[in-house]
Design a protein around this ligand. Sequence first.
Ligand code: G1P
Ligand code: ZN
Length: 543
Amino acid sequence: MQIKEIATRPFDDQRPGTSGLRKKVSVFQQPHYLENFVQSIFDSLDGLSGATLVLGGDGRYHNRQAIQVILRMAAANGVGRVLVGRDGLLSTPAASCVIRKHGTLGGIILSASHNPAGPEGDFGIKYNTANGGPAPEAVTEAIYRRSREIERYRILETADLDLSRDGRQTLGEMQVEVIDPVADYAGLMESLFDFEAIRRLLAGGFRLRFDAMHAVTGPYAEEILQQRLGAPAGSLLHATPLEDFGGGHPDPNLTYASELVEIMYGEDAPDFGAASDGDGDRNMILGRRFFVTPSDSLALLAANARLTPGYRDGLKGIARSMPTSQAADRVAEKLGIPAYETPTGWKFFGNLLDAGLATLCGEESFGTGSDHVREKDGLWAVLFWLNILAARGEPLETIVRAHWREFGRNYYSRHDYEGVATEAAQGLMDALRKRLPDLPGRTLGGHRVDYADDFSYTDPVDGSLSRGQGLRIGFSDGARIVFRLSGTGTEGATLRVYLERYEADPARQDQDAQSALAGLIRLADELAGIRERTGRERPTVIT
Ligand code: G1P
Ligand code: ZN
């Protein structure tokens, strides 16, 4: 087996975003494209020689080919050992778990999350560091800089490895250990939640449906929900991972998980429904004919955490992204623990978790997690809910309504305007930003403006400052409107408008969210001129 040095030239589009490098599959299929980026990762890491790395992905199209290339390059670059998920599979939270459990230098995760897969779809690659979390900006910038000047990469010339059987093999001087992608993760879940109580709940006739959306969580759900917890056959939907995710869009929300939603709102609906996304880090939670907003889910997990073995001793703090509803803050206040408001994106939680300042964290965009790993975690949220349901023995809706009675309800919705002309979206934000200083003290649509600002965040751990994270208008009655431009959209700009209204009166907690928020929706349009500036009569997606 020979190490080859292959001459190459830089591509100019390899700057990783917050979720790694994401591009069309056809971009990754260009000769040297993947290799350049992988070599740039290796060149940017300290201590690579002889180190152990974790490798796996969400199983989408191009996953298998890419894994083989990365293994050959790792061997040629002096990596000591690679732990690779069987068949090249590892969910994002499971990869984080394996990195932490085995104390590896880091890991490479192949995923484009919930983006469609297949030859016409997307592919992605990201590097996670030794804490199990996404590489910080200093590392991703170093990788990008390297990719701009790369002239050659190293790769071993050899045949593909068989990754379908667990166990050790060697590739040149490097050890390759094919691991069960589920085992470490399932063990971690079993240490956090009362599996015995959940088993009893399911044995007692409680019915659940989990939708893996033909993506990576299928095998995890089979092992954990069916094998270990005894959920009967038929509890899982779309549990076989497919390279094109069955042609679907594996994003767990009311629009894309419509089959599950139909079941949960149909005749004879099960007690509990949940779904996860392409790489297993997002979650959606449903009760019988009842949707739990991700913001409420975070608040309820926090309020009930002591019912689970893993969080029995209480929480150190709760962190939420700024646009996430303030429901969790009320729980933190009652528990007497700190509440953190961070910019959008999971990376801001990592420092708080590492420093032991927060235990739970979440985003309105269907992401919830804790300090057990350094990624958001879909199945973890599902098991957390099942543990609470088993411990309380009440229907999910009853538990949520009781929470609202105690803490008040934060009606919440996000309106997305996708594919808006970039200039129009920028113009809208600029004009609104200019108006903000005039707003405090004024009464708009019956709500008195308490503060209006462009959100900035000083990281309490490293002191770094992040500006321009979204325009917030906070009202003294707890209502809030937030405007932000998406950082992950691919075509034009996506304007996100986050709407929230607080209702303390139990007699008025029963409305449909869009009606309850109608006044604020109108006000958002008046303040920002959404229809006029975007030319859109209504949002593309409402969650
Ligand atoms: C979106 C979500 C955000 C999440 C990110 C990555 O980002 O809103 O909460 O962290 O995807 O999954 P956005 O497109 O809003 O920048
Ligand atoms: Zn994801």
